[in-house]
Ligand binder design. Structure first.
Ligand code: ADP
Ligand code: MG
Length: 227
């Protein structure tokens, strides 16, 4: 029997001069699971994902990812965790404008010092996985929003992460493109065997998730099965 990839226990976050953004949140995510984190703007989705990915530290509580206690790690270990275990996808794509699609996908592998040939081969493979093999040499501004997010997804997979964290990955896309991106994430979770936490407040995308966690004002509402 496998173990959960992510364990979150009693997570609280109080920002300076702010209300409590998370009020004691707990859940587990299992290998291969796609979990949608739903909740309106301000409900705490980004705060939760940032804490799970080691981008921020909680006021209270514990996060364990792939056996590493994120909430007790040094900055240096967190950097390694974010490079080696977690892949991030953001609403705003976050691509480097002067680099081609293939070079953007190659960035995490460059940081991890992959040999050039392996890097280029894997970048090609990942762009094919997201349906962009013919666009490898285009810069972000020569791609549509949906294509840019595909590049960002390919990049997030470059270092074979076990956990994919996507914060409103379709927030800047029209609804049809949004659906295609969610279907791509669904397919990638299956083919790469990763666990994914995807924040979204788009109800039409929830049906693709294995499980839905609903945040309301920093707490989980009663869990419900995916439609
Ligand atoms: P969501 O991603 O669901 O929109 P957030 O996690 O961004 O929610 O925000 C949750 C709450 O925490 C909101 O009330 C927001 O205003 C507050 N908040 C978020 N980030 C900060 C910050 N850096 N400083 C102070 N308050 C913050
Ligand atoms: Mg947010």
């Amino acid at each position: 029997m496998s173990e959960p990839l992510v364990v979150v226990e009693g997570l609280r976050k109080v920002y300076p001069r702010s209300v409590e953004a998370l009020r004691g949140v707990s859940f587990e995510a299992w290998p291969g699971e796609l979990i949608a984190i739903r909740g309106r703007s301000g409900s705490g989705k980004t705060t939760l994902l940032n804490l799970v990915g080691g981008l921020d530290t909680p006021t209270e509580g514990r996060v364990v990812v792939a056996g590493h206690t994120v909430t007790e790690m040094s900055e240096r270990s967190l950097l390694a965790l974010r490079r080696e275990v977690v892949g991030f996808v953001f609403q705003s794509f976050g691509l480097i404008p002067v680099l081609s699609a293939a070079e953007n996908v190659g960035v995490p592998m460059r940081l991890a010092r992959f040999p050039v040939a392996e890097r280029e081969e894997r970048a090609r493979m990942l762009l094919a996985l997201v349906g962009l093999e013919k666009h490898a040499n285009q810069r972000p501004y020569e791609l549509s929003g949906g294509q840019q997010q595909r590049v960002a997804i390919a990049r997030s997979l470059a270092n074979r992460p076990r956990l994919l964290i996507a914060d409103e990955p379709t927030g800047q896309l029209d609804s049809q493109t949004a659906r295609q991106i969610m279907q791509l994430i669904r397919a990638v979770v299956r083919s790469e065997g990763v666990t994914a936490l995807v924040a979204t407040h788009d109800a039409s995308l929830i049906s693709l998730a294995d499980r839905v966690l609903e945040l309301r004002d920093g707490s989980f509402a009663a869990a419900e099965p995916a439609a």
